[in-house]
Design a binder for this molecule. Structure first.
Ligand code: PLP
Length: 427
């Protein structure tokens, strides 16, 4: 531990080790404040943030219109519980989600909850109520959360150790992953095999798929796959649930990542950046599906908290502007060029990929060692990074899309240095 860490950060980390359950994995950063693309720690050390609280700060830390809306709402009222008193910010978020919804079929409705996992759980409840069927199809590399049902849906034992038995009626098919040899054809064939070997398609309520798999390795679906999967769904009366908790709310440029694919899911699940830093997630879809559960079947004490909703209205307005989209495209192109350069220079990098500004580098070796060393070397250079991937061998980039050109280039340079440094140390 360096000298400057033996200060306020160290004191807080020692208290954390003493009082916080170890199951919440332990970072070294101790935050004092954050603004735009920067996070400052309790000792005054400033980090360029390419982690964004795991995709929750697409507009940057402390986006002034979001902060203003939060202040205004805090002065008006805090918690009400939407099942006790209707309040307009909840309705306004749902109105915006309806207007922006990629789901086809007329009137759109939404349910607001507290977290991505809770939203996925509710999407499955809604799909089951709408179809009268029990089964759920998920995919390799999927991450859908840490609750009992979503843990069963997530494809990584790291999140499951010691937590079984898992929820039943969850079946897994292959997802396209060209770098590791899985094509769209393979994935569709795998699904059809699943329908023969494990689950009758007439008993399936929904498929759940991330358009860009997040925790599983920042793997964008192949251009044809969502539409082909939807065709299979239509053939068997299965609903298509689009999990955009990580890839949505402008992360890939358009408001929803599925817009890149030109197809209409039946349900959309959003979260993370939706609340602008406050906990909020949503399920959106056409009225006949969303209204399948009886009154009282959906909800929760805090779901759609008024302050989070006030923030979300501003977030949705901001990410829906043409300016946001243009800037996100520029950020994506600059990241792509920078990562191409790193991939060409560092032999350990196997692939650089992404969709718009949601980008990552996958290392050839399927072990977490080098990616961990890169994250560490970046931290030493005051750059916050996250790894991901089933094998922990992917470095993902989640800078705020409000980042300036200078900040972006600076971050890419630090990233390159971190890669070169970590690779040299590993050699
Ligand atoms: N779905 C996806 C695609 C996610 O990336 C995540 C979280 O990373 C979740 C669901 C779960 O969201 P939360 O952590 O808010 O429960």
């Amino acid at each position: 531990m360096s000298l400057r860490e033996e200060t306020a950060a160290r004191r807080v980390l020692e208290a954390r080790a003493r009082y916080v359950a170890r199951g919440v994995s332990t970072p070294r950063l101790v935050v004092a404040r954050a603004e735009g693309a920067w996070v400052e720690d309790v000792d005054g050390r400033r980090f360029l943030d390419f982690a964004g609280g795991i995709a929750c700060q697409n507009l940057g830390h402390g986006f002034p219109p979001v902060v203003a809306a939060i202040h205004e709402q805090v002065d008006r009222y805090l918690h009400q519980c939407f099942m006790v008193g209707t309040y307009e910010p909840y309705v306004e978020v749902c109105r915006r989600l309806a207007e922006l919804s990629p789901c086809g079929g007329g009137e759109q409705r939404s349910l607001l909850v507290n977290s991505g996992a809770e939203a996925i759980e509710n999407a499955v409840k809604i799909a089951r109520a709408a179809t009268g069927r029990p089964a759920v199809i998920v995919f390799d590399q999927a991450f859908h959360g840490r609750t009992l049902l979503t843990m069963a849906m997530t494809a990584n034992v790291k999140y499951k150790h010691g937590f079984g038995p898992f929820a039943p009626e969850v079946y897994r098919g292959p997802a396209p992953y060209p770098y590791r040899g899985v094509s769209s054809d393979d994935a569709i064939a795998g699904l059809k095999r699943l329908f023969k070997s494990d689950v009758d398609p007439e008993g399936v309520a929904c498929v759940v798929l991330e358009p860009v798999q997040g925790e599983g390795g920042f793997i964008p679906m192949e251009p044809d796959f969502p539409a082909r999967l939807k065709d299979v769904c239509v053939e068997h009366g299965i609903l298509y649930v689009d999990d955009e908790v990580q890839s949505g709310v402008g992360r890939t440029g358009p408001v929803w990542a599925i817009e890149h694919y030109g197809m209409e899911p039946d349900l959309l699940v959003s979260g993370k950046s939706l609340g602008g830093g406050l906990p909020l997630a949503a399920v959106t879809g056409r009225a006949d599906v969303m209204d399948a559960p009886a009154a009282g079947g959906l909800g929760g004490t805090f779901g759609g908290n008024p302050v989070a909703c006030a923030a979300a209205c501003v977030v949705l307005d901001a990410v829906a502007t043409p300016e946001f989209r243009v800037r996100a495209k520029q950020v994506g192109e600059a990241l792509r060029d920078g990562l191409d350069r790193i991939a060409a220079r560092v032999p350990a990098v196997g692939e650089h990929r992404g969709l718009g500004p949601m980008r990552a580098l996958e290392l050839v070796e399927q072990t977490p060692a080098l990616a961990g060393a890169v994250v560490e070397a970046a931290f030493e250079r005051d750059l916050l990074l996250l790894s991901c991937g089933t094998y922990g061998n992917v470095i993902r980039l989640l800078p705020p899309l409000s980042v300036t050109d200078e900040e972006l280039q600076h971050g890419i340079e630090l990233l390159e240095e971190a890669f070169v440094d970590a690779s040299a140390r590993a050699a």
